[in-house]
Design a protein around this ligand. Structure first.
Ligand SMILES: [Zn+2]
Length: 485
């Protein structure tokens, strides 16, 4: 009996999605979209490889942003650059009037992740950075989708606007936050996004809210041996704050995360440090949780300043919200994902994935039966919780938002890893990227053509937003930082 109940439960979990299965046949406009994405495959692969090689970190993505903008301009998009005070942010548009459908593009890389597109650890020459989150493909597929939509727009007499948001510095949760604070998503009806992953699945999910802040302590310099009594150590402030934060850890919710690096620990042991700084990320499953944790942390910093007779300054660089999932939109993206199908990998891809998995298997005991995921996951009964943060969340607090991941990395591969840098610069990543471009294009056109789909997404959004108010710890009128490190 127990066995039957279990079976029934499993059935209940997945039968909803199975019953709602849509035919996977395509319409003439969808055929045109898929054909067009295929016809620009070489260009898209070239753009991905260039951005992969540039590997520019957040707010420094000048060449990457320009490369994407170049493609969009050539295709006939109107492009605004330097949006919301960020030189590498842009908004590109085609068409006019409503509805306005947004697609998000990211293109920043990560420090310390230089890697060649091979199955063993070997940094690429001439750079220390790498696309460990696959944002080279993220930006490329998004513009590929937009260009394909533009191609069918006139032929099929579509109405409305397709808009690409070029959003810099996702890794430090900057771009979309400052674009949202600047009102850039106000007239958007629906927003679509994607992310390279190791699974093919819909982002019917939430993420962690996160705040990024720097705590700077100011003391008094003096000879550390000759006249220590006349000095006040800023580094003591940083150390006591960090100790306090680590004691706080025991009493936070399991879903909270607190991590820091010391960005300035003083200059030399024989000078009492006059300035020292810790850079913190505080996260929680809800913005409310995260805010409460951050307030406690700020009190700890104040306490550390008091104990050391130093002064403390907090600078909030960004305040990012958790994703508000959207069911109708997730269903729509899944339906189109099934029409396109999961990426199809060949023997060379599987061989590379096996090599990439080897070190994870050896070091961390990875027990992953697959080399590369080639099936599409059904929607879970309830939204799942992602342990990472993304300012896609900040858009989802303003407009209905959904998207997907396509398999671009070896199965079981950790995020922000050299293995992912290698995969996204290889044919594995190209295949995932092509699928993503097609799914985004099909979904965007369906939304341009179907007012009811937008109504449904908005109705779901209204229900989930009840009782929530978008607040931020970013000081009013604070401009986006010019640099984050
Ligand atoms: Zn990412």
């Amino acid at each position: 009996m127990r066995f039957c109940i279990l079976l029934l439960l499993i059935g209940a979990n997945f039968s909803g999605a199975a019953m709602a299965a849509e035919p996977t046949t395509t319409t003439p406009i969808q055929d045109d979209l898929i054909k067009h994405v295929d016809s620009i495959r070489e260009d898209l692969v070239a753009v991905n490889q260039e951005i992969w090689t540039f590997a520019e970190v957040g707010l420094e993505e000048h060449r990457s942003s320009a490369r994407l903008v170049g493609v969009l301009k050539k295709a006939g998009f109107k492009v605004k650059e330097g949006v919301s005070g960020m030189p590498t942010a842009f908004i590109a548009e085609y068409g006019s009037g409503s509805p306005v459908i947004g697609i998000l593009a990211e293109y920043d890389a990560l420090p310390e992740l230089s890697q060649q597109a091979i199955g063993t650890r070997k940094p690429a020459q001439g750079r220390t950075t790498g696309h460990g989150c696959g944002h080279c493909a993220l930006g490329t597929a998004s513009i590929g989708a937009a260009v394909a939509v533009k191609e069918v727009y006139d032929k099929h007499k579509l109405k409305g606007t397709i808009r690409v948001y070029g959003t810099p510095a996702e890794e430090t949760l900057i771009g979309k936050v400052y674009m949202a604070l600047d009102g850039q998503f106000k007239d958007l009806d629906v927003c679509l996004h994607w992310h390279p992953g190791s699974q093919n699945r819909i982002w019917y999910s939430s993420s962690k809210a996160a705040i990024s802040a720097k705590f700077t302590f100011h003391g008094l310099p003096s000879h550390a041996s000759g006249s220590p009594e006349k000095g006040r150590s800023a580094l003591d402030g940083v150390e006591l704050m960090n100790i306090g934060a680590n004691y706080m850890r025991e009493h936070v919710k399991e879903s909270n995360r607190i991590h820091y690096v010391v960005t300035n620990g003083g200059g030399a042991p024989n000078v009492v440090p006059a300035t020292a700084q810790s850079w913190y990320f505080v996260r929680g499953n809800t913005h409310e949780d995260m805010e409460a944790q951050f307030e406690w942390l700020t009190e700890i910093a104040e306490g550390a300043a008091k104990m050391t007779r130093t002064k403390m300054q907090v600078q909030v660089d960004t305040d990012c919200h958790e994703i508000i999932p959207n069911l109708p939109l997730s269903k729509l993206v899944l339906k189109n994902f099934k029409k396109v199908g999961a990426p199809k990998f060949d023997k060379a891809d599987l061989d590379l994935a096996r090599d990439l998995q080897t070190s994870i298997r050896n070091d961390f005991g990875l027990k992953e039966p697959k080399l590369l995921n080639d099936t599409i996951d059904e929607l879970p009964e309830e939204p799942y919780q992602n342990a990472g943060s993304t300012e896609v969340g900040d858009i989802s607090w303003h407009v209905p938002t959904s998207g997907m991941s396509t398999a671009c990395f070896a199965a079981g591969s950790p995020g922000h890893s050299w293995q992912n840098v290698a995969a996204i610069g290889s044919p594995i990543g190209h295949k995932g990227m092509m699928v993503a471009a097609k799914v985004l294009a099909l979904s965007a056109v369906e939304l341009l053509q179907d007012p009811q789909a937008i109504k449904d997404a908005k109705a779901d959004f209204e229900v989930r937003m009840k009782g929530r108010k978008y607040t931020t710890k970013v000081p009013k009128d604070q401009k986006a930082p010019k640099t984050i490190r």
